[in-house]
Design a protein around this ligand. Structure first.
Ligand code: GDP
Ligand code: IMO
Ligand code: MG
Length: 462
């Protein structure tokens, strides 16, 4: 009876609080960091669930600028708890570098940032192997971020991986040695440089274990306790749905599951605790690295989007490939993620264009389809079927009222909503937190509970 009453109380609280997953709906770099940061005042904790320092999440407000790679974007909100889940692969070197940068910028992390004991360690040899493999692939390379993400996940799945919580645990050296032996053999076969001596790596592991100590926790318990207290969690995806190792454009993908299901496996929070998914979509398409890209703009317009949108990788500085909005890909991502609500970013980047095209279907071997094919050879042959819309040729930068958006811009948003089958609740027209239009939308209101006003107020608090 008591347990029932407690459960009812939790359920009562949960009715006004929500747990949402923020997912990139394209090939990454949609502006997830910006939107997560903006919505933080409505949540009690931000949780990363997959990926590693291949991610680069930019957050700007006032005159401040941060590029987060491993640490959740919520860290910039004093007092907010941030969790790095078991689904992540964490490079100790990259992590401590990021911590130092944050501390130097006056951002406190101790006592509010927790990393899962079950997250995997990404070792320097993983990066060496990633780079050697890419070199070996030549023209057919994936175009990875060269950070070692693939090898780290591969070792986890092969059960040779080392979890952060056991870096200095007894007996782990056997697993570590097996792993290093395998990697060394492959590096030799690829004609690449050998990794550091195993003895040194073990010493490194012990030193890292000491440094990680203040941050490590059984984060599943922290999250379950937070849920039982009726707190609201925001799960921050890295990469994007089309880079998902299962559902993306394989093999030109990353090695984890950015799609919403990853928020469960990558944190230990059950699907029943998740209330919805906010999909982040850029007003056009970008892609870094290799792989087919129907309708890629290689000419003047592509160059315009790259320059105006500052489309250069946050992590690697590589120019991003640009193209028109691909409604086929985003429709697929909407279904994969159950995203009923979208945040549309970088609308301002289209401000100067006379006409805007949207890819609404693919023509593959003469047949028109509105669905993304699973086979890469078919996807590579997909020709975009475009619809053309008029541009608005006026600045939308920083517009906060929908009535102040040019009619053509509003029509563009409506067109995308119809094509994708989801509604746009936020429109971003500049990189900074304050340059975001929030629409009155029941889902946004229910997800943020009584705290939407706080989001709006803090939008301008640099
Ligand atoms: P993420 O990986 O999804 O967090 O995205 P990135 O930070 O890698 O890339 C998005 C880039 O676009 C960053 O440089 C942001 O500062 C910038 N950005 C985000 N939203 C907007 C927007 O609405 N307009 C413009 N012009 N830039 C934006
Ligand atoms: P955020 O979180 C864009 C891409 C790489 C490559 C492929 C595999 O900032 O959106 P990996 O190093 O993961 O093995 O590379 O995935 N990629 C990203 N592209 N944004 C990202 O992260 C990415 N993380 C990986 O360019 O094509
Ligand atoms: Mg990015």
């Amino acid at each position: 009876m008591l347990a029932c009453a407690a459960a009812a109380k939790v359920a009562d609280v949960r009715r006004i609080m929500a747990n949402i997953v923020v997912v990139g709906m394209q090939w990454g770099d949609e502006g997830k960091g910006k939107i997560v940061d903006l919505l933080c005042p409505a949540f009690d904790a931000v949780v990363r669930y997959q990926g590693g320092h291949n991610a680069g999440h930019t957050v700007k407000f006032g005159d401040r600028h941060f590029a987060l790679r491993l640490i959740p974007s919520g860290i910039l909100h004093p007092g907010l708890r941030c969790i790095m889940g078991n689904g992540m692969v964490v490079s100790p070197e990259a992590f401590f570098e990021e911590i130092e940068q944050l501390h130097a910028a006056g951002v406190e992390t101790r006592g509010r940032l927790f990393i899962s004991n079950r997250a995997q360690a990404l070792l320097p040899v993983h990066a060496a192997l990633d780079q050697a493999r890419e070199k070996g692939l030549g023209e057919g390379k994936i175009g990875t971020t060269a950070r070692g993400i693939g090898p780290a996940y591969e070792m986890k799945a092969a059960r040779f991986g080392v979890r952060l919580g056991e870096l200095a645990a007894e007996g782990v050296d056997v697993r570590l040695r097996s792993q290093l032996a395998r990697i060394s053999a492959e590096l030799v076969a690829l004609g690449a440089e050998l990794p550091p001596l195993p003895a040194r790596v073990e010493d490194d592991c012990r030193a890292w274990a000491r440094k990680f100590e203040p941050y490590l926790a059984d984060t599943e318990h922290l999250l379950h306790e937070a849920l039982e207290r009726g707190e609201s969690l925001m799960f921050e995806g890295a990469q994007g749905a089309l880079l998902d190792v299962d559902h993306g454009t394989y093999p030109f993908v990353t090695s984890s599951n950015p799609t919403a299901g990853g928020a469960c496996t990558g944190t230990g929070v059950p699907p029943t605790a998740i209330d919805g998914t906010l999909g982040i979509v850029k007003a056009y398409t970008t892609r870094v690295g290799g792989g087919p890209f129907p309708g890629e703009l290689t000419g003047e317009t592509g160059e315009y989007l790259r320059k105006r949108g500052n489309e250069f990788g946050t992590v690697t500085g590589r120019p991003r490939r640009c193209g028109w909005f691909d409604a086929v890909a985003v429709r697929y991502a909407r279904r994969l993620n159950g995203a009923k609500l979208l945040a549309l970013t970088k609308l301002d980047v289209l401000d100067e264009l006379d006409e805007i095209q949207v890819c609404v279907a693919y023509r593959i071997d003469g047949a028109v389809t509105r669905d993304l094919p699973s086979r890469l050879d078919r996807f590579a042959r997909a020709e975009p079927v475009f619809e053309t819309l008029p541009g608005w040729k006026r600045s939308t930068v920083g517009v906060l009222e929908e009535s102040e958006l040019p009619k053509e811009a509003r029509d563009y948003v409506t067109f995308l909503e119809r094509e994708v089958g989801a509604e746009v609740g936020l429109i971003s027209t500049g990189p900074r937190r304050e340059e975001t239009l929030l629409r009155e939308h029941p889902l946004l209101a229910s997800w943020t509970g009584g705290r939407l006003a706080k989001v709006i107020a803090e939008r301008h608090a640099g």
